[in-house]
Write a protein that binds this ligand. Structure first.
Ligand code: MN
Length: 319
């Protein structure tokens, strides 16, 4: 990580009424076990029954801290980007472009699936200590969803110094700090590390919608007490966000321009129609060149589940 020494910015949230469009919607996570009976339990807050997306963010899994090995065999993706962000531990990524990258806390692994890619994710041999992090997906807009896949590993990310907090910008821009990660829609993903017994103010854009997730500790976000495992959807219309702490806390801020397109999200695919997803599934099961091959992973690729009996329907950002 690097401190791109933007001078600390003073931000004060106005004390007037909630702006139009600003809301508080608590979206509790549901527990999902990845990779079979000995798999790792994650808390999934997006997609949620009541809300499928925040900006282009369409998937949020939070895991740990847990003394667990991650072991996700080769599987395909289309039409999205995967974002790996760790608080503790490390994860080894391999993909069908031949990339092999270990990601550590403070670093970003970003995989753009575009037309199609396959990857595996696992704890490296000789792992010590717990694993703690988030796995996020960003839906690609129509103009980018069929592009060639690529992989980025960012070891250095911009850090914004604010009174009461330091903020690492993973994706997009916050307070003038711009992530080098390639984004295809106006979006932001940032982790605020908020000091003890303080109130920090994050700069927001009124045209973006936002959500906040506590990754470590607890905090009052815009006056709402929040702990790990629940996503707080904030709507749009704000120009700043207040975060108040007792003990130090780490809070993930996700935001973006509301995603205008309807998508079909099923298993590891994002498409625009049932047929898109059905074709991707069939090609994966046939080991088609669309997804290529992951080498170096000790185990079989993941088979796709059976498609539901009724056709998948494109859906918007809100159910
Ligand atoms: Mn994946």
């Amino acid at each position: 990580m690097s401190n791109v020494e933007t001078a600390p910015v003073e931000i004060e949230c106005g004390r007037e009424e909630q702006p139009e469009g600003a809301v508080h919607e608590l979206l509790p996570g549901r527990e999902v076990v990845l990779g079979g009976v000995r798999g790792m339990a994650v808390s999934r807050t997006l997609p949620h029954r009541d809300r499928r997306m925040v900006g282009a963010w369409c998937f949020v899994d939070q895991y740990g801290p847990a003394d667990h090995d991650m072991r996700v065999p080769p599987h395909p993706h289309t039409g999205l980007q995967t974002v790996t962000w760790l608080l503790a531990g490390d994860v080894l990524h391999r993909d069908s472009l031949g990339s092999e990258a270990l990601v550590r806390p403070g670093q970003l692994n970003l995989m753009t699936a575009g037309h199609g890619i396959a990857h595996s994710e696992e704890s490296p041999a000789g792992r010590t200590g717990p694993l703690h992090g988030v796995q996020l997906w960003v839906a690609l807009p129509e103009h980018a969803r069929s592009a060639a896949p690529h992989f980025e590993s960012h070891r250095e990310l911009p850090v914004l110094s604010l009174p009461g907090a330091t903020v690492t910008v993973l994706m997009g821009e916050l307070g003038g700090a711009i992530s080098p990660a390639k984004a295809y829609t106006p979006i932001v993903g940032a982790e605020a590390s908020v000091f003890a017994d303080t109130t920090a103010f994050l700069p927001l854009r009124p045209d973006f919608e936002y959500a906040a997730l506590v990754l470590d500790g607890a905090a009052a976000v815009d006056g709402v007490d929040l702990t790990c495992g629940t996503l707080l959807y904030l709507g749009h219309g704000r120009d700043c966000l207040e975060i108040r702490t007792g003990a130090p806390a780490r809070v993930l801020l996700l935001g973006g321009e509301p995603f205008a397109e309807e998508i079909v999200m099923w298993w590891n695919f994002v498409g625009r129609s049932h047929d898109d997803v059905a074709a991707a599934r069939e090609q994966w099961m046939a080991a088609d060149a669309r997804f290529g091959e992951v080498t170096g992973y000790d185990g079989e690729p993941l088979p796709a589940p059976v498609l539901p009996a009724t056709p998948l329907k494109p859906r918007g950002r809100v159910r």
